[in-house]
Design a protein around this ligand. Structure first.
Ligand SMILES: O=C(O)c1ccccc1NCC(=O)[C@H](O)[C@H](O)COP(=O)(O)O
Length: 203
């Protein structure tokens, strides 16, 4: 079954609901300009609500390394996700598992990023939207992703009504969703999360 990360949660109750729905991972946005940004205090409460075997992913956008270190000091994150223009050297300097995000518009050549970010745990493909780093709710034209020895995660504008088609076309290792399962930015809709997960059953 395709793995699922639900991103942009801001409340412990939503963390519990995401886990109940069957999410494999949750994403916490440590980017102050996002409407889904969480403080360290908030993140700690949310991580305490996380049951075993559900991973926590911390998102950063061109952050100061000291800020990443500060978050890591206080928050037991499993994986870092770099959503900006971070270099491979930047991504690996924390000695943690990481995902590198590629913002794509069409069929993007994945070979160069694969070489550059060879130690990434996976590459996450999100829709490139001018002026926005992520969580846009916009999709790109899905295409059949190549078989690489690196997990590819599909994101951007996914929701219950289109996730089956997206998975059928792209055949990714995993999917990542944020605004498609929200009531408003940062507030997850528990029914939408459950429906999203239900549509992936058996795929
Ligand atoms: O969610 C945000 O506000 C955000 C801000 C800045 C960088 C990344 C952000 N979210 C990243 C995610 O992982 C989203 O899940 C991904 O972009 C897909 O979002 P959506 O199209 O809303 O499902």
């Amino acid at each position: 079954m395709v793995r699922v990360k639900i991103c942009g949660l801001t409340q412990a109750d939503d963390v519990r609901a995401a886990a109940r729905a069957g999410a494999d991972a949750i994403g916490l946005v440590f980017y102050e300009k996002s409407p889904r940004a969480v403080s360290i205090t908030q993140a700690r409460k949310m991580l305490q609500a996380l049951p075993p075997f559900v991973s926590s992913v911390g998102l950063f956008v061109n952050a100061d390394p000291a800020r990443v270190e500060q978050v890591l000091e206080h928050c037991p994150l499993d994986i870092l996700q770099f959503h900006g223009d971070e270099t491979p050297e930047f991504c690996r300097r924390f000695g943690r598992s990481y995902l590198k995000v590629l913002r794509v518009t069409g069929e993007t050549d994945l070979r160069h990023p694969l070489d550059d970010y060879h130690d990434a745990q996976g590459l996450l493909l999100d829709c490139a939207v001018p002026g926005q780093w992520g969580g846009s709710g916009q999709r790109f034209a899905w295409w059949r992703l190549p078989e690489l020895d690196k997990p590819l995660i599909l994101a951007g504008g996914l929701q219950a009504d289109n996730v089956q088609e997206a998975v059928r076309i792209a055949q990714p290792y995993g999917v990542d969703v944020s605004s498609g399962v929200e009531r408003s930015p940062g507030s997850k809709d528990h029914d939408k999360m459950a429906e999203f997960m239900a549509r992936l059953q058996g795929l």
